[in-house]
Ligand binder design. Sequence first.
Ligand code: DX5
Ligand code: ZN
Length: 228
Amino acid sequence: MTADPSSPQAAPIRIAPSILSADFARLGEEVRAIEAAGADWVHIDVMDGHYVPNLTIGPMVVKALRPHSKLPFDVHLMISPVDHFLDAFAAAGADIITVHPEAGPHIHRSVQHIKSLGKQAGVSLNPGTPAKMLDYLIDDIDLVLIMSVNPGFGGQSFISSQLRKIEAVRKMIDKSGRDIRLEVDGGIDAATAPLAIAAGADVLVAGTATFKGGAGAYADNIRRLRGA
Ligand code: DX5
Ligand code: ZN
């Protein structure tokens, strides 16, 4: 199943493996392996043990990974407060920086800050956060990230109610006429990927489903997510 090719907004499906499920002792090698296996973006989950109950990667690790890949670095910030880290992630080599509205007092200001750094700005909606949160942001953002699990951990089950939100946000994006990616994150596998795509998503984040089976399996895993 693919997005309607007759839609003026139809974009190719991009696969963004989340390195949260990679071998952290060999991260550079893992990033090279997913690029060779056909990944489109590298999704980097940044967690602070405060906004979400897990601790992961900081700007120094992003900077260390930068020479290992030419792919866009899609940096998903699950940290609060977030604003004072935006410059550091931009300098470290992020291409897309995504923030959560609940993680700071002024989401519009955070988006403007990311744009002022010359980076693409994303806004992420948690499972309980309504699509209308985007009403006054849609004119400025480059990406919407729909969380199909509660943020914090890989390997959780896809929350089906988020399909309705993907559909609603797809309509908002098409109505805006702007070039905005619609990304879905959490519990994406060969079974849920077609549902997310049919609802209007054009970027799929996948941690568990990409990295299972070791490097020899990555290309097949990514192909399966594309529905090929
Ligand atoms: C969750 C992260 C996701 C997560 C996805 O907070 O934002 O990117 O790693 O993992 P899977 O694909 O295993 O659900
Ligand atoms: Zn993520």
